[in-house]
Write a protein that binds this ligand. Structure first.
Ligand code: NAP
Length: 252
């Protein structure tokens, strides 16, 4: 597989979970990948396991950090692919949700996508190929209890995706979103732990609470999300633009 040979891809939140799997998949297709995140040790360990990968520290909530990180990423060549994957989640009933928690989620999940996408516009516009893939969520497509702040952030990402796809439709760039249900990562583990502590249910019962949202009755695997990212980045996927692709086992 060399569909991404000569392409340079930045993956935010590339040191773990979905981001790391996407980085591995794009690298397997020949891309040179740059992993970004706050925890440099973890990023470097991840990068060591991927041929030619670079680890660059970046906090997507800090405009200066984003600017410096993308400048460093660009030293190895113009950026062709951006996977906006960095994200955080928490569960709160709305009446207990304060503005600080609301802002914390928007700052990473929405404003972070804004900052990182701004950072690659110049590269994308001057190339004959460009891909932006935003890792949203099924929470970007429909509602759910206790996640109004997360839901709002992921709906915003889907909205930004659709708007940019139209705005840039006459360029060589596509912008799409991937919207998974529960994926087996640290983030989903956080949801399991929250259910266990809030409801005193067992781990098996908490997992069942998450898997029942997926008609296939299971947790999604990171490689499945990564494969969709790779498909959207494939040169032959140019016609797929402005889509929010649900990966949820067929939830109605
Ligand atoms: P994860 O392993 O916790 O990954 C989240 C990544 O985001 C981490 O690598 C983290 O790296 C990075 N990150 C968080 N805050 C950051 C910041 N301020 N600046 C830079 N990087 C930051 O969980 P995941 O499940 O793979 O999540 C990846 C994406 O998938 C998220 O956008 C999430 O909303 C979305 N998603 C997940 C699920 C699920 O069930 N797991 C379902 C739907 C959508 P550092 O800590 O090193 O910064």
């Amino acid at each position: 597989m060399s569909e991404f040979a000569g392409r340079r891809a930045v993956i935010t939140g590339g040191g773990s979970g979905i981001g790391l799997a996407a980085a591995k998949r794009l690298a397997a297709g020949g891309a040179s990948v740059v992993l970004m995140g706050r925890k440099l040790d973890r990023l470097e360990e991840a990068a060591n396991g991927i041929d030619g990968a670079l680890a660059v520290q970046c906090d997507v909530t800090d405009a200066g950090s984003v600017e410096a990180a993308f400048a460093k990423a660009r030293e190895g060549g113009a950026i062709n692919i951006l996977v906006n994957n960095a994200g955080i989640a928490s569960g709160r009933p709305f009446h207990k949700l304060d503005e600080a928690e609301w802002r914390r989620i928007q700052d990473v999940n929405v404003d972070g996508v804004f900052r990182c996408t701004k950072a690659v516009v110049g590269d994308l516009m001057s190339s004959d190929y460009g891909r932006v893939v935003n890792i949203a969520s099924v929470a970007g497509l429909r509602g759910g209890p206790y996640i109004s702040h997360y839901c709002a952030s992921k709906h915003a990402v889907v909205g930004m995706t659709k708007a940019l796809a139209v705005e840039w439709a006459q360029t060589k760039v596509t912008v799409n979103a991937v919207c998974p249900g529960y994926v087996e990562t640290d983030m989903a583990e956080g949801a399991i732990q929250t259910i266990m502590s809030n409801t005193k249910r067992s781990r098996d019962e908490a997992v069942a609470e998450l898997t029942k949202m997926n008609p296939q009755g299971r947790m999604i695997q990171v490689e499945e999300v990564a494969e969709t990212v790779a498909w959207l980045c494939h040169p032959n996927s140019f016609t797929v633009n402005g889509q929010a692709i649900a990966l949820d086992g067929g939830a109605p």
